[in-house]
Design a binder for this molecule. Structure first.
Ligand SMILES: N[C@@H](CCC(=O)N[C@@H](CS)C(=O)NCC(=O)O)C(=O)O
Length: 232
């Protein structure tokens, strides 16, 4: 499998060097992640790694890059989907589980332990998977990935759902700077790539000043580097 990217440079070099030396010293080696950078679920995992300041090696995988159907990959991830990580021999798939793991282990400040704060954050992560994702895909796949013949009525129905969903976020972000309160956390890692996709889709949106202000704040953070690519 071709290695395409080493440590990213979003954080000051001294933090990266410290992280690298720490991992080498304790014998963990560099964390590995498989997945193409235009995948939403890969972006979520990368956002967590960037925010947690974890040095990593990324390997392109999925769609045109293949890899996901090789026996070696399937042994790690039997779904044949991306992302997958290998952290010193600990293999994990499912983007939200990766976010939880990376933040709990490497960035506890992003990962609440208080049961109510934890549930509050995880609620948004579940909501991203169960509510935000499907209508977004119903627009993204035909209009950006050019998958199938666009069904205008289905796209419009999905657009209306997205407008309603993102209005919920806009209302929350009118009261606080980040999804779960005053500081950036796991829920922001999870939702930022989805908002990036919504705010860049070629469809009509209603004004969402608080969502857009939050997104601008997120772009200034380490995870903003993950969101630089145009949609593809
Ligand atoms: N529930 C999984 C879904 C993973 C998933 O559907 N990944 C997509 C990319 S976003 C995928 O692997 N598509 C096939 C491919 O890229 O070959 C997760 O959150 O990690």
């Amino acid at each position: 499998m071709r290695k395409v990217q080493r440590v990213r440079a979003a954080w000051p070099l001294r933090f990266r060097v410290f992280g690298y030396l720490f991992r080498v010293t304790v014998g963990e080696g560099m964390l590995k992640i498989w997945g193409r950078t235009n995948s939403l679920n890969v972006q979520k995992a990368l956002a967590a790694l960037e925010e947690a300041c974890v040095p990593y090696e990324r390997f392109d995988a999925g769609l045109a890059f293949g890899v996901v159907n090789t026996p070696e990959y399937r042994a790690m991830n039997p779904n044949g989907l991306v992302p997958t990580i290998d952290d010193g021999g600990f293999v994990l798939w499912e983007s939200n589980s990766i976010i939880r793991y990376v933040c709990s282990k490497y960035a506890p400040h992003l990962s609440p332990v208080d049961p109510q704060a934890r549930a509050g954050a995880e609620r948004w992560m579940d909501w991203q998977l169960t509510t935000l994702l499907d209508p977004l895909n119903a627009i993204f796949r035909p209009l950006v990935r050019k998958m199938g013949t666009p069904d205008v009525a289905a796209i419009e129905k999905a657009r209306v759902e997205c407008v309603q969903n993102f209005a919920i976020l806009d209302n929350v972000l009118a009261r606080q700077p980040f999804v779960t309160g005053a500081t950036f956390g796991i829920a922001d890692c999870c939702i930022a790539p989805v908002a990036h996709r919504w705010l860049n889709l070629p469809v009509e949106r209603v004004p969402s000043p608080h969502l857009e202000a939050w997104y601008a704040r997120v772009l200034e953070r380490p995870c903003g580097t993950v969101l630089e690519l145009p949609l593809s």
